[in-house]
Design a protein around this ligand. Sequence first.
Ligand code: TMP
Ligand code: ASP
Length: 243
Amino acid sequence: MSEPVRGRAIYEGKAKILYEIENNPEHLILFFKDDATAFNAKKRGSWERKGVVNSQISAALTTLVQKAGVPTHFVRNLSDREQLVKRVDIVPVEVVVRNYVAGSLARRLGMEEGGKLSQPFVEWYYKSDSLDDPMLLTQWILEFGYATMDELSAMKEYALTINRVVGTFFDSLGITLIDFKVEFGRSAGSIVLADEITPDGSRLWEKGTNRKLDKDRFRRDLGDVAETYEELLQRVEAALANS
Ligand code: TMP
Ligand code: ASP
């Protein structure tokens, strides 16, 4: 394939930009920005190399789950913060998997963070910034045509595989995968993992100390945000180099 020629931006999100490719209609360039937002962009920040760290972590974790049989949009890295990805139609249902009580689950039910769940929870949220990503019932998703039952089954199965593969990987680094969010797209009629797997969309706690190695450092003003993201990338890269 000839080198992709970056065309116009077709979508700019809070942390990434999607560009068309002039000589290739089937793929897009996914560019990771240095911006961070929280609470649906009510809080904004930015730090140097944030996009590089997230792009590298996401490429590494997406490759791991791809090897475990989950189809994904990822094709290859183009630069330290740009990826060649398949063009997909994003399903407007965000999939959250939880292994421990934290975040909105703890808040809604007035619970302490950190309790282990008896089994992973899979939850659906509507991808809508203006509505603050409300939680969805399966019935609502089917009624309003956001996804079909077959698509939800595939998304649930893939999300649980991602949980197992990424959770086992982080376990080996001394890190617990508390919860995460993934998004899926439709490619030639089938469901594929799209978007990213990064510390922006997951909770990662150091075993023993429960030190947070994820975007809660930014959301909750815990300090050392850039340093912690860099540390996580180094630990991921070191583990992959030894595997
Ligand atoms: P929550 O506890 O706020 O519902 O989030 C659960 C996990 O999903 C957490 O790791 C953050 C991630 N997440 C996002 O990245 N974006 C979102 O819009 C939502 C709702 C969750
Ligand atoms: N992803 C959302 C945002 O960027 C919510 C969050 O991460 O807190 O605003």
